[in-house]
Design a protein around this ligand. Sequence first.
Ligand SMILES: [Zn+2]
Length: 274
Amino acid sequence: MSGDSVTKFDRRAVLSGMGALCLGGAAHLGSSMPVGAQTAPAVPMPPVPRLTSAHGIVALTSVQTNRAAVALTFDDGPHPTHTPVLLDILAQYRARATFYVIGQMARRYPEILHRIVAEGHEIGNHSWSHPTLSQLGDGAVLREIDRTQEVVWRTVGAQPVTMRPPYGAFSRRQSHMLHDQRNLPTVIWSVDPQDWRRPGSSVVADRMVRGARPGAVILAHDIHGPTVRAVPAAIEGIAARGLGFATMSELLGWGRWGPRGLRYVSGPATDYQG
Ligand SMILES: [Zn+2]
């Protein structure tokens, strides 16, 4: 199906159609799968829905919104031990987040990918092998993105609708190219706690809280133990500022991301009220 043909259909019909096609993947939620195993693709991956381009977003660092919510985003996983601990914490606070996964890691830990989706979080594309994409040609960039789209689709029956370049290294021209070719907006961040420098959990939490404002996109990495241990204090501090937690799609007003495609649901950005 070409991208243009999608626009001729009602958007909801296309998305709900995707949902029907995705049931094969969703049926495997909760099953114990051996490491490296993947759900067989029942159907080829469809194009990313047009709703992203309908909003004209090519690249962003934060979201223009009146909604009192931030997006917590975690890069570079899934990690075999730290990501499950983080998921426990997010569940405890009933806060949703977005995981920008590396395709190679997603292929290695499909059971964690299943858990991320089953617990209401969103998965974004963080390339296949974490190269500096700004140094690659367009063909190589698209291969990095496509492989990750494919592994996420095959594993959980849903495909990322945003991309975050490793190191934030992506030119404006490349963002336009990716948007034109794959309908994927580039999501950078507005708050960087520099957690990869390991400044300590309390410093990471403080930086996340200080940068929080409506529409903020907060960067962190779920491959570092101190970062994961910073999350309870960060969540409590952000909630104390009157802000909730939305996934990227929710913050952008696209609805709830998941194996049935993007669903148009209204409601609070989070159940956690502090
Ligand atoms: Zn990264």
